[in-house]
Write a protein that binds this ligand. Structure first.
Ligand SMILES: Cc1cc2nc3c(=O)[nH]c(=O)nc-3n(C[C@H](O)[C@H](O)[C@H](O)COP(=O)(O)OP(=O)(O)OC[C@H]3O[C@@H](n4cnc5c(N)ncnc54)[C@H](O)[C@@H]3O)c2cc1C
Length: 484
């Protein structure tokens, strides 16, 4: 750092107001550990700007003094992207005060939200305008739109509406040198050159700090049918998905695969959750159809499809939610699996995706490997099977030694990710890279893709101040890198 800290702090306070600059240890603490408690970092201060211009000015200042900045939204990310390193030389920028919905355009089916808006508040604002914003995650009560954009979040509606990337019309972004990119277009068609906004989606704060976004809205949901069904095996689940998509005219908005162990763990650890079916079954799906037409008889459609599946031996049992309360109970079971897993002990997590049709074979082969090689672990492969995304997690078995179990993580990760590569899959389907998977990205990304990523980083952040060490390792000066 080339300026004495007190002077720098004064300058930061001058930009955002002294009351929005935190420097005392206890005030900083909540910002310095990630949600999964995998990382703990240090920062010399936390800045809480209230406008996009203030974010841009902070970046201009930090760029001039070569100070690393770490943007943070709701701090619910799974890869340590929002946690500073342990040098104590970085500035954490919290976006929480940028929390205004700037505009809603119901006729254009769009809204403009600032980066610090909590996802659930954006969903609510859309609903008040008789519109629907489809991004939906277990963390929606605390994650922020900026974090969702920066991680290109997925969630339970990807099958129908796509990832966060697919829900964006335009962005406002503070660049490393302090310029503000104002591209909050509400257009759906705009073929004027490169799609610059795409660069910042999924970049995890390494190319710019997103301050606002223009987002797509959809017609409100007026009919829904939700079912929890026991299926013979993952192959039957995938076949069922295909049938329900066809029979419902593609009205499936969620299709989640859930193994028996996840049902047992949520019922054991989460108050109020119970097994919705009587018998014991190896695999389940949570399937939801939705429609904007109140007159659509989705329950009947789903029931008819399930009856045929039962006859054909794909389904073993099923229950349809008959009220909003029953629907919420089914979703609570699904959404609390991560928490139940956490309460049950240590787990080795892999957020992977493979083509939907390959899910059964992947689970079979990877499951066999786990069975043969991780005797102190229990497989919980669950998730958004409708879009090919599995949280392929292995929990510590009852009575297993936590430390010994965790020492297996590298070996297990290598085996699972190598298999993912064999299936043309992804080693990070929706959670991003952060600091957790930097080396994994290096190992599995096509070399030309990595080169292009580094070139983009160098072009947009030549001094490497934006979230250093996340996604990519800190870049060497160009000449040095070429010769090494
Ligand atoms: C219970 C639970 C369930 C979850 N379910 C899902 C799921 O289904 N699908 C899914 O995709 N994820 C899921 N997640 C992970 C997480 O909620 C998402 O990654 C979310 O998008 C992160 O948002 P955040 O505001 O908390 O971001 P943070 O954790 O604060 O930050 C995440 C990354 O984005 C960067 N960042 C934050 N704000 C900005 C900004 N304004 N500009 C630039 N960079 C920024 C940070 O530097 C960091 O690299 C879940 C998490 C939990 C705890």
């Amino acid at each position: 750092m080339s300026v004495p800290q007190p002077r720098l702090l004064e300058q930061i306070a001058g930009i955002i107001g002294p009351q929005h600059l935190l420097t005392a240890g206890a005030e900083l603490e909540p910002f310095l550990t990630d949600h999964r408690e995998l990382y703990h970092g240090r920062a010399f201060a936390v800045a809480q700007p209230g406008t996009a211009d203030q974010v841009a000015q902070l970046l201009a200042l930090c760029n001039a003094h070569r100070i690393g900045v770490v943007p943070q939204g709701g701090n619910t990310g799974y890869c340590g992207g929002a946690t500073p390193d342990d040098s104590g030389a970085q500035l954490l920028i919290s976006l929480a005060r940028l929390n205004r919905i700037r505009a809603i355009d119901a006729l254009n089916y769009s809204l403009i939200a600032e980066a610090g808006c909590v996802l659930a508040d954006v969903q609510r604002a859309a609903a008040e305008a008789q519109r629907f914003f489809p991004l939906s995650l277990g963390s929606e009560g605390s994650c922020q739109i900026g974090g969702n954009l920066a991680t290109n979040a997925g969630g339970v509606h990807v099958l129908r509406y796509g990832m966060m990337r697919d829900l964006v019309l335009g962005l406002e972004v503070a660049l490393a040198d302090g310029r503000l990119l104002s591209s909050l277009t509400r257009l759906r068609k705009d073929n004027t050159g490169y799609d610059i906004k795409s660069l910042f989606l999924g970049a995890e704060g390494t190319l710019g700090i997103i301050t606002a976004a223009s987002l797509k809205l959809f017609p409100s949901i007026r009919a829904a049918a939700t079912a929890f069904a026991a299926v013979r095996d993952p192959r039957a689940a995938v076949e069922l998905l295909s049938r329900v998509r066809e029979a419902s005219g593609d009205r499936v908005s969620s299709f989640e695969l859930i193994p028996r162990l996840a049902v047992e763990l949520t019922a054991r650890h989460i108050p109020g959750v119970r097994d919705p079916l009587d018998g014991v079954h190896a695999w389940y799906v949570l399937c939801e159809l939705t429609s904007a037409r109140a007159a659509d008889t989705l329950d009947a459609m789903l029931a008819e499809c399930f009856e045929q599946a039962l006859e054909d031996g794909l389904l073993e049992d099923a229950v349809l939610a008959r009220s909003e309360r029953e629907r919420s109970a089914l979703w609570r079971l699904r959404e609390t699996i991560p928490e139940a897993q956490r309460r049950d002990g240590a787990s080795l997590k892999h957020d992977i995706s493979v083509p939907v049709g390959a899910i059964p074979e992947f689970i079979e082969r990877a499951g066999r490997w786990v069975h043969d090689n991780v005797p102190d672990g229990r497989l919980i492969a669950y998730g958004h099977a409708g879009d090919g995304n599995l949280h392929f997690n292995i929990n510590q078995a009852p009575g297993a030694d936590r430390a010994a179990f965790l020492t297996r993580s590298e070996t297990v990760k290598r085996a699972i990710h190598d298999l993912v590569r064999e299936f043309d899959g992804s080693i990070s389907a929706e959670h991003g890279i952060g600091q957790l998977k930097v080396l994994e990205l290096e190992r599995y990304a096509p070399p030309v893709e990595l080169e292009l990523m580094r070139a983009v980083k160098r072009a947009l952040d030549p001094n490497g101040i934006l979230n250093p060490g996340k996604v990519l390792r800190p870049l060497q000066p160009e000449a040095q890198e070429r010769s090494s």
